[in-house]
Design a protein. Structure first.
Length: 368
């Protein structure tokens, strides 16, 4: 039975289809466009496989999600969702159309030069959407707070009673503010209400995540990661939601490169140019890891905050968590002593922290 490689350029309302016959010299051609509906996709798969050929489909990951991938698998055909930023492009090619994109996908898929992304199941995808919604709510809360502080700054209102904003004394100070013009008072109160609503929304989402983690297939791995210093249930859930099964990474270096915490390089001949980190992965995940890395500035110890999670972890996990504290606390002091600025040192700590996250991922199996 021969294999027919199918490239799909997927859009909201349409799918452009190209096929590549097996073999190095096999024909590559476009076969048209169909509506992006389950019934039309089913007809397309049936028509392409009517001669007894097996189909091996691929399309680029995008906003349309993984519904097409699941439908193709249920029909009994192979399908791969590929990373858009890893698709090879010709430097001199200045023409881009949907038909050309589909042909390129079919040809590259036949050659095995496309890198597939990890496909979550529906339960994992639901948890990931919830965790990403919490991150968006936190960002919205930050924006609402900034708008309120900027409004007060324009009117010469400065909080001098303390160094920290959004504490109880600061909120009492906000409650005492009044403006002569009625419109200013309305704007001020509306911004205060927006901050309160954003904070409540974020708190509700955090509680929902905490309630749903025990029903998640990655529950035991999330609980194990909480034994690491600076990692709470939100940080651990974010790490696992964005990375998935850690056993698919053969080495810690692959996990570091996947998240984009490895240094970039652009060298040619005798010229060697080092760059900052590649930032190739998820932005929120890098933010969570760098925030966690700040806790390793201080000497290694198990604090009262994380003692319960640390004691509840298996012995093998506790050993990894303590080894991480010893290693990373010493590493931070060594980098600072060499003259590295704190931000660069923290990124290095976050990168090494991933190695211990990977090690815990190999120790704790995923239980459905």
């Amino acid at each position: 039975m021969s294999t027919l490689f199918v490239g799909l350029d997927v859009h909201k309302n349409s799918i452009v289809i190209a096929v590549a016959e097996a073999g190095r010299d096999g024909d590559v051609r476009s076969i048209g466009t169909i509506p992006n509906t389950p019934s039309d996709i089913h007809k397309m798969l049936k028509r392409l496989s009517r001669n007894g050929q097996s189909l091996d489909c691929c399309y680029e990951a995008g906003p349309c999600g993984y519904g097409l991938h699941r439908q193709i698998l249920e029909a009994g055909h192979a399908c791969r969702v590929v990373a858009p930023n890893r698709t090879p492009l010709r430097p001199g090619d200045r023409v881009k159309t949907d038909r050309r994109d589909a042909i390129i996908l079919a040809r590259m898929h036949r050659a095995g030069e496309l890198e597939a992304v990890w496909i979550p199941d529906q339960a994992h995808e639901a948890m990931r959407d919830l965790i990403r919604t919490r991150a968006a709510a936190k960002l919205q809360e930050k924006r609402m707070r900034q708008q309120l502080l900027s409004f007060l700054l324009r009117h010469g209102r400065f909080y001098t009673a303390g160094k920290q904003y959004w504490t109880k004394p600061h909120r009492r100070w906000l409650a005492d503010q009044s403006f002569e013009h009625h419109a200013h008072q309305i704007v001020f109160q509306d911004m205060v209400n927006a901050v309160n609503d954003a904070e409540k929304r974020h708190a509700d989402l955090v509680k929902l995540i905490s309630d749903l983690v025990p029903q998640w297939s990655l529950r035991h791995l999330v609980e194990a990661l909480c034994s690491l210093r600076g990692v709470n249930i939100i940080a651990a859930s974010t790490i696992m939601a964005e990375t998935g099964d850690l056993t698919r990474f053969r080495t810690p270096s692959q996990l570091m490169a996947y998240i984009g915490l490895v240094p970039g390089e652009r060298s040619s001949g005798d010229n060697i140019r080092r760059r900052g980190i590649t930032k190739a992965g998820n932005t929120e995940l890098r933010r969570i890891l760098t925030q966690t890395a700040w806790s390793y500035r201080f000497p290694a110890r198990v604090s009262r905050v994380g003692m319960e999670e640390y004691d509840a972890a298996p012995k093998s996990v506790r050993e990894v968590a303590w080894k991480a504290q010893i290693r990373l606390c010493q590493r931070y002091r060594a980098l600072i002593a060499r003259g590295k600025c704190a931000q660069i040192a923290i990124v290095a700590i976050a990168r090494e922290l991933l190695a211990f996250v990977w090690e815990i991922g190999q120790l704790v199996p995923i239980r459905p």
